[in-house]
Ligand binder design. Structure first.
Ligand code: TEU
Ligand code: CA
Length: 540
């Protein structure tokens, strides 16, 4: 049972290794760089670190194309460095969570190299092949990074299926031998002492391309239960699946308290709200605020006692929240703290993406400065379709994955202290203003706000098990809710916008103590300044 699992009161920090800290000045972050920053992570107070993929990879999709699941890419270090990281992190009470990319491998993985030798090769069936004729793919399914999802291999007179880039052929989960190899590999990592796994696009492993099915295939939960039984359940791990297609109903299966599948999933209902309906993320639309509140409240309510939520605003695929829905100009500090307070009061396991705790912002670059395969392909594709360059750049500035991937800003030295070499992607020029060193020393910084929130989550059990109620559901500016258990009441009140608003909760807060806020603590009347956020507590 998932009753008192450690990850229920944990806060998890995501590292994008190539952009975190560079130890050997080749311009790319690495494992020794992470080891050198463990004190920083311990100071922040996080319990675990999820590393985006560090396994061997030709880096077509920055490591989400793995060519050897049991080795480390030389760009990041060695297997010994990884073992050292697990050990050293352990000394700081930090567990290491690895990113498992199980929907596809790299085309340079030896399985695929074998698979394309002949139809009779024992590895052929590890991938998804269909017969056909050149120029006429089996159907018109599209890959996430542009183009057809089918790639022709003349030697075999067959197409293989890839939901992402051509260099990321989909694995065939129908094959029991492939599944067994995956379990053996996972158990090998468990034996090395990892604390858990994040499972990349896990809802896409049970695809059925002949029926046009990508996610939520009919055998998905059967595969997950087998995977969990053969691996995760043998150890006290946290597992979080990336599931763009999750609904609350599905999330109750994934995160069933009987521990039969995973600990929790990342779901993206809130994340997808600011795009035009039925269109792509690049087709920008204003955030529907009432809907945002409804989505959070529904996930909080429906998973209560029946599953477990993950809580996040950011990851390596998403724009920076302070630029996206906050204010990265005059109210950057206030709005960054507002997002922190709003999220950390909810039920679930919070994930902080590197730099979020500093209020790092989006990058607004020329196209030449972008590195992400998704962004670069999109740019070409839209220009060819006749979109105006300015419009395409607006979309990229708003939504490019590289917004999250610019180097971590450690101090105001060269390249923000990330590297003394040439960084693989341009450092955001605002590093002189926004950096870790400056914020650690400043008691009022965003960093210290996160630190306090993490501390409160560990101090008061109401954060973990308290029941959630949304307040002022129809209010156009304020996001307010309570959490309640038999001993404690917690109240979170946030002004989501850049204006002063009156808050009709004067009576509710009268007997409560202000735990944390993002403005001068003295002002007690219920007039909320731009992006003002307050968290109150009452012991009953
Ligand atoms: O992302 C899954 C995914 O669907 C993304 O392509 C997402 O849709 C996109 O970034 C938002 O536009 C995961 C990883 O997080 C991502 O980094 C990988 O590129 C992708 O899987 C393939 O492994
Ligand atoms: Ca390096």
């Amino acid at each position: 049972m998932n009753g008192n699992k450690w990850w229920k009161n944990a806060v998890i920090y995501q590292i994008y290794p190539r952009s975190f800290a560079d130890s050997n000045q080749d311009g790319i972050g690495d494992l020794q760089g992470i080891i050198s920053r463990l004190d920083y992570l311990e100071n922040l107070g996080v319990d675990a670190v999820w590393l985006s993929p560090v396994c061997k990879s030709p880096q077509d999709d920055n490591g989400y194309d793995i060519s050897d699941y049991q080795d480390i890419d030389p760009m990041f270090g060695t297997l010994e460095d990884m073992e050292e990281l697990i050990r050293e992190a352990g000394k700081h009470n930090i567990r290491i969570i690895m990113d498992l990319v199980l929907n596809h491998s790299s085309d340079e993985h030896h399985w695929f190299q074998e698979a394309k030798k002949s139809r009779e090769n024992p590895y052929h069936d590890y991938y998804v092949w269909r017969d056909g004729v050149e120029g006429t793919p089996p159907n018109n399914m599209r890959a996430a990074f542009g183009g057809s999802a089918w790639e022709w291999v003349p030697e075999l007179q067959q197409y293989y299926f890839h939901q992402f880039s051509v260099k990321q052929p989909d694995l065939n989960w129908e094959n029991p031998k492939l599944r067994q190899e995956i379990y053996d590999m996972i158990n090998w990592w468990i034996d090395k002492g990892v604390g858990g796994f994040r499972l990349d696009v896990i809802d896409q492993i049970a695809k059925e391309p002949d029926k046009g099915i990508t996610n939520n295939g009919p055998y998905l939960h059967e595969y997950l239960r087998e995977l969990s039984r053969e691996t995760f359940q043998k150890a006290d791990l946290v597992t979080v699946g990336e599931a763009w297609g999750a609904t609350t109903e599905l999330a109750k299966l994934y995160s069933n308290p009987d521990n039969s599948e995973l600990s929790m999933v990342f779901q993206f209902e809130h994340i997808c709200l600011d795009q035009m309906e039925g269109k792509e993320k690049w087709d920008l639309a204003p955030l529907p605020f009432l809907k945002l509140k409804e989505v959070f409240a529904r996930w909080q309510r429906e998973l209560y006692g029946k599953g477990w939520n993950s809580l996040f605003w950011n990851n390596h695929d998403l724009p920076r929240i302070v630029s996206r829905w906050g204010n990265d100009g005059k109210y950057r500090i206030e709005s960054a703290k507002m997002f922190a307070i709003l999220l950390h009061g909810m039920q679930g396991t919070p994930y902080i993406y590197q730099g979020e705790e500093l209020g790092m912002t989006n990058a607004v670059y020329e196209i030449e400065e972008y590195r992400d395969i998704e962004t670069l392909n999109l740019y070409q594709e839209r220009l060819e379709k006749g979109f105006k360059k300015e419009d395409v750049m607006d979309s990229i500035h708003a939504k490019s994955r590289d917004n999250a991937r610019t180097p971590m800003q450690w101090d105001d030295g060269e390249n923000g202290g990330f590297t003394q070499g040439k960084p693989w992607i341009k450092v955001n020029p605002n590093y002189k203003e926004i950096n870790a060193l400056k914020q650690i020393e400043d008691g009022d910084s965003i960093f210290n706000c996160y630190k306090e929130l993490i501390h409160f989550r560990k101090k008061y059990p109401v954060f973990i098990e308290g029941d959630f109620s949304l307040l002022l559901a129809e209010d156009e500016n304020i996001f307010a809710y309570t959490r309640e258990d038999k001993d404690t009441l917690l109240l979170v009140v946030c002004n989501f916008y850049n204006k002063t608003v009156e808050c009709p909760l004067e009576e509710s807060v009268a007997s409560m103590k202000l735990l944390i806020s993002n403005y001068d603590k003295e002002k007690e009347q219920m007039l909320l300044r731009p992006y003002e956020a307050r968290m109150y507590l009452k012991e009953k």
